[in-house]
Design a protein around this ligand. Structure first.
Ligand code: GTP
Ligand code: MG
Length: 182
């Protein structure tokens, strides 16, 4: 089967670790210094359940109250990763605003989406409990993961879960099949 092209947008407040998650997933490394993104696209091939996927991962400029959902990210995007930092209540608030706007613009009941609480290695600075993240994801009926881009914890799960959600939305997943990631 030819590879399936899938476009994913990674969104969330500034400095939550969107680029770090992308770089860890695509290049397998972590950079400590902070370099704000304007916009960047990564490509990566990955295989799930013997199907090859060619991912275009759009790493967006961090959003704030004034740029909640730039219109271009509603076009041709198959699924979204919404990232907050577990160390920032503000970033948790912003992720909710992005979600509301996303539904407004895309206008569908269910958009393939993964909610991500990043920076779990910073235990001492935690402001958002895992329970709060879980609850929010439940209310959105979407997948929730806590990650550390620094420690490479659950990073590839984010992208693989999202592909699975996209396939589900396209009717390409039988209900009982489990997601076997290789
Ligand atoms: P913008 O491009 O401005 O929107 O920011 P961003 O969301 O892409 O954040 P970026 O990946 O640039 O990370 C911001 C800062 O947080 C950098 O200094 C990273 O090294 C740091 N960082 C990212 N992920 C983690 C993590 O999981 N743990 C820790 N300790 N630091 C992280
Ligand atoms: Mg960035």
């Amino acid at each position: 089967m030819p590879p399936k092209q899938r476009k994913i947008a990674v969104m969330g407040c500034k400095s939550v670790g969107k680029s770090s998650l992308c770089i860890q997933f695509v290049e397998g490394q972590f950079v400590d210094s902070y370099d704000p993104t304007i916009e960047n696209t990564f490509t990566k091939s990955t295989r799930i359940n013997s199907q090859e996927f060619e991912l275009n991962v759009v790493d967006t400029a961090g959003q704030d109250e004034y740029s909640i959902f730039p219109y271009q990210y509603s076009i041709d995007v198959h699924g979204y990763v919404l990232v907050y930092s577990i160390t920032s209540a503000q970033s948790f608030k912003i992720v909710k605003l992005i979600y509301d706007k996303l539904l407004d613009i895309v206008g569908k009941g269910h958009v393939p989406l993964v909610l991500v609480g990043n920076k779990t290695d910073l235990h001492m600075q935690r402001r958002i409990t895992e329970e709060e993240g879980k609850k929010l994801a439940e209310s959105w009926n979407c997948v929730f993961l806590e990650t550390s881009a620094k420690k490479n914890s659950s990073v590839s799960d984010v992208f693989h879960s999202l592909i699975h959600e996209i396939e589900k939305a396209n009717g390409n997943v039988q209900e009982k099949s489990s997601c076997i990631v290789s």
